[in-house]
Design a protein around this ligand. Structure first.
Ligand code: UTP
Length: 414
């Protein structure tokens, strides 16, 4: 142990991360051992590189950004609608369709001390977000006569709590055998000076590596293999925090199939130019999303002759992927972005600090960065009031209060 400690000390000195041993003496024996092992297996050079690189702004200046073509669901001709519905329904009925919910995020803005999906939205039914989403799968079973396979991506931190919640709630009445959990990867978090921190367990503070980690996680955890074995051809992938996500939409599946693309995305019209949502676009001829923090004011305000925003197709994290696309995407590493977050940590005296404001940087990959590997995507504009009720913040915009109202309005609940 003494030797291991000295090796760890040397590694840290070289990496300029000596603070990781500040609490060593006050940790229990087994945690000391664990920490040394973590230190000796961490790639500090990669983290230093990420920290330096992620501070540089991603520039769209050199890229050719153009609006993307889309189909509006509400304005489809009757023939098209029926054609897509028929194609999609057949795929669903034949068991070639699956749903994946990404629930590995930390939900720091909501501040709920448990996985976001377990959050009681405050409806009269007191259903959790997971149960509300499961309701749509049960409805689909009524309509198509099949239980759609349901995959739930968790993180190392919230995996057990998530599974326990499903168990406690008897999988909300969904067949347990149709549900599969898988854990996404993680990345160490650094403080504002690029230093690693310990978490409340005396381990190196790490967090889920962003929703873009999904493809690699699907491969590593055997989800892609499982889907292929089951004959799944299309997977709808969405976040856990949209309580109106329409996860089984035959028209959407039919559209993607008919257009012979390997992926499709749902969009809603951006409410106003400054709205904090990413928008679909074409970047150097390929499908892409520009984040709200990356779009110029001029582009955000640009309008078409009919008055609509030129870049107005908001990305709502409701996308459909062909299994071949998922397979390809799982082989490429996506770029990391940096996110300033409130992260609990152990200070040098062993106290757990719960910061009031963002204190650390997380490195995250974004699912939509994978779009650029595709030749094309079908974008289907849907109605915001029917399919988008995000739960992001504790109060105000995109909060439980706004989502509750949208949910109740959509379901005609007074
Ligand atoms: P957000 O970007 O809103 O992040 O995730 P978040 O972690 O939930 O919340 P904040 O920013 O800390 O407040 C959008 C969706 O992607 C999932 C989230 O669970 C959510 O459904 N996600 C995000 C993951 O599954 N893994 C991640 O690493 C990040």
């Amino acid at each position: 142990m003494e030797e291991k400690y000295l090796s760890a000390q040397m590694v840290l000195k070289k990496a300029g991360q000596e603070q990781l041993l500040d609490c060593y003496d006050i940790l229990p024996k087994e945690k000391q051992e664990n920490l040394l092992n973590e230190i000796l297996t961490t790639d500090f050079a990669q983290i230093a590189k990420l920290y330096e690189k992620s501070k540089q702004e991603i520039s769209f200046k050199e890229a050719k950004i153009e609006p993307i073509a889309y189909v509006e669901k509400a304005k489809m001709s009757k023939e098209d609608y029926e054609k897509y519905d028929k194609i999609g329904s057949k795929i669903i009925q034949e068991g070639k369709y699956a749903v994946v919910i990404m629930a590995g995020g930390q939900g720091t803005r909501l501040g709920h001390d448990a996985p976001k999906g377990t959050y009681d939205l405050g409806l009269a039914s007191h259903k959790s977000i997971f149960e509300l989403l499961c309701d749509t799968l049960k409805e689909a079973e009524q309509k198509y006569g099949v239980y759609v396979p349901w995959y739930v991506m968790t993180s190392r931190q919230n995996n057990k709590d998530t599974i326990d919640f499903f168990e406690k709630n008897n999988y909300f009445g969904y067949p347990k055998g149709k549900v599969m959990f898988f854990i996404q990867g993680e990345q160490p978090i650094v403080d504002e000076n690029g230093k690693l921190m310990l978490d409340e367990n005396g381990e190196i503070n790490q967090a889920a590596d962003g929703h873009g980690g999904i493809f690699v996680a699907m491969r590593k955890s055997g989800v892609i293999y499982d889907m292929k074995t089951k004959g799944v051809e299309w997977a709808f992938i969405c976040g856990v925090d949209n309580v109106l996500a329409k996860m089984v939409d035959s028209v959407f599946v039919g559209l993607a199939t008919d257009k012979k693309v390997l992926a499709a995305g749902k969009s809603v019209v951006k409410a106003y130019p400054e709205e904090k949502v990413g928008v679909f676009c074409k970047k150097n001829g390929r499908p892409s999303v520009i984040e709200y923090s990356e779009i110029s004011k001029e582009m955000a305000e640009q309008r078409e002759p009919n008055g609509e925003l030129t870049f107005g197709e908001s990305h709502i994290l409701c996308n459909l992927f062909h299994i071949d696309a998922i397979d390809d995407m799982s082989k490429d590493k996506l770029p990391y972005h940096i996110a300033h977050k409130k992260i609990k940590y152990m200070d040098k005296n062993g106290n757990i600090v719960k910061p009031e404001k963002p204190n650390a940087y997380k490195f995250e990959t974004f699912l939509f960065d994978a779009f650029e590997s595709l030749e094309d995507m079908a974008i289907m504009r849907v109605k915001r009031e029917e399919e988008f009720a995000p739960v992001k913040n504790a109060e105000g915009v995109d909060s439980p209060e706004t989502a509750r109202k949208l949910y109740n309005d959509f379901h005609h609940i007074k």
